[in-house]
Design a binder for this molecule. Structure first.
Ligand code: ASP
Length: 439
């Protein structure tokens, strides 16, 4: 068995956390390839090293004396090195970093040093080989990730290397300039490494025991999700459930490598398994509930709309022209509604309205803002009758008015629109009927 293990920032925020990570790695000899993040927050008031690096670089770029700010970052690493009693000094590394900051190496370079330095410490602590991601993960001129070249070089580089540390979050363009993924991108690195070494599993260690059925800020102590498919996960993460970077799915999904989300602070918990497909029956009819506030509905009415060929295209063309992506387009016989993100829409509102009048000539347009969308997701819904009925009777009992309903033909999810004010009550009602009532 071969496992790739990625550890998030909170798992590596201090020497104490590093020791937990060391124990996790040593307790299973299959954990051969380690992808670390930069040190995260040690407590709620703390600052992530990545944020310190961005801020320090921005300060340096303006020509300020940044030595004190850089020293504070060095101190974070030294605290870890001392706590682990390692025979290691990063002094030379920090000299190089200071020099590169002065030479304006770029904010991506600056941010990447968080994982780079943590990788050096991790490799030293474990006695694993250190592989600099700038030599094995590639981006093109425009900054797009180069999947094929990376896979080729990385798999060759790790061939015969039994145990290695590969820092997360960054790679380099072909000219050697360091480039990072978007924030939280170490998850992507883990997935890329898992693909390159053809791992049996990609373990992603964080500070929660996997995905929860609903947001714990809304539901007290929600149940965890044991197994979720990639498609279900995509639906839930799109709707705001964030544990894993969205792009981390793609490299492993194609290879059929499962991702196991685990908790560094509770290593015995099984966490969540993310898989391509499973015949395992989910414990509840629904796998998860997620949602987002802040949508706006544009209701368009026109007599005989149903027989006007091309009406929908004209409407959507106006949104495209204004570079606004739409979320859902439920329609009636003579009505069509377009759901959009309120913050994307507000500034362009009048332009969109006049565009719609000009192109589609509707009888009336009416706007409704402060709406929320809730996705009830579950592969189990397909085989079960009455799911929609249960959702809507639960919402009716909770006095929640349903503004919109959308169920795709995949029967994987039901999307419900409610007002922002009723968002929490709606999620509670759905959770109660499917989870609490089953206990
Ligand atoms: N350190 C980076 C961030 O804070 C990347 C990561 O942790 O995945 O976004």
């Amino acid at each position: 068995m071969k496992k790739v293990v990625k550890f998030g920032g909170s798992s590596l925020a201090s020497a104490e956390q590093f020791k937990k990570v060391g124990n996790i790695i040593k307790s299973d000899e299959d954990r051969n390839y380690v992808v670390p993040s930069a040190p995260g927050k040690r407590n709620a008031q703390d600052t992530k090293v990545t944020d310190m690096l961005y801020a320090t670089y921005a300060y340096a770029e303006k020509g300020n004396d940044f030595s004190k700010a850089l020293k504070a970052i060095e101190a974070r690493y030294n605290e870890i090195i001392e706590g682990l009693e390692l025979d290691l000094s990063l002094e030379k590394e920090f000299e190089v970093i200071a020099e590169n900051f002065k030479n304006k190496a770029g904010s991506d370079y600056a941010a990447s040093r968080g994982e780079y330095l943590n990788g050096i410490i991790m490799a030293n602590y474990l006695g694993y080989e250190f592989v600099d991601s700038a030599t094995v993960i590639f981006f093109d001129e425009e900054g797009n990730f180069m999947a094929d070249k990376t896979n080729e070089v990385l798999s060759k580089r790790l061939e015969g290397v039994e145990r290695a540390v590969i820092p997360g979050f960054y790679g380099a363009k072909e000219d050697g300039t360091v480039k990072t993924f978007s924030r939280g991108g170490s998850d992507i690195t883990g997935s890329i490494v898992a693909k390159a070494v053809k791992a049996d599993v990609y373990e992603n260690w964080t500070d929660v025991s996997g995905f929860l059925i609903a947001d714990p800020r809304i539901i007290d102590n929600p149940k965890g999700i044991e197994t979720i498919t990639y498609r279900e996960l995509r639906e839930l993460s799109y709707m705001g459930a964030t544990v894993l970077h969205e792009d981390a799915i793609f490299p492993v999904r194609k290879e059929g490598i499962p991702i196991n989300i685990r908790n560094t602070n509770a290593p015995k918990d099984e966490g969540t398994w993310i898989v391509e497909s499973t015949c395992q029956k989910p414990k509840y009819v629904i796998t998860g509930i997620a949602g987002k506030k802040g949508f706006c509905a544009i209701n368009i009415e026109k007599d005989m709309m149903n027989s006007e060929i091309g009406f929908g295209r004209k409407v959507l063309h106006v949104f495209e022209e204004n570079e606004i992506s739409f979320e859902h387009v439920p329609s009636g016989i003579d009505t069509m509604t377009v759901f959009v993100h309120q913050d994307e829409f507000e500034a362009k509102e009048q332009k969109v309205l006049s565009g719609l009048h000009k192109l589609a000539q509707p009888d009336s347009i009416d706007l409704e803002s402060d709406l929320a969308l809730i996705a009830v997701v579950g592969r189990g819904m397909k085989a079960t009758r009455g799911t929609a009925g249960r959702i809507f009777s639960a919402l009716a009992h909770a006095n929640v008015n349903v503004k919109m309903i959308d169920q795709g033909s995949s029967e994987l999810n039901i999307i419900i629109g409610v007002t922002n004010n009723e968002f929490e009550a709606a999620i509670k009602a759905i959770y109660d009927i499917f989870v609490v009532a089953q206990l």
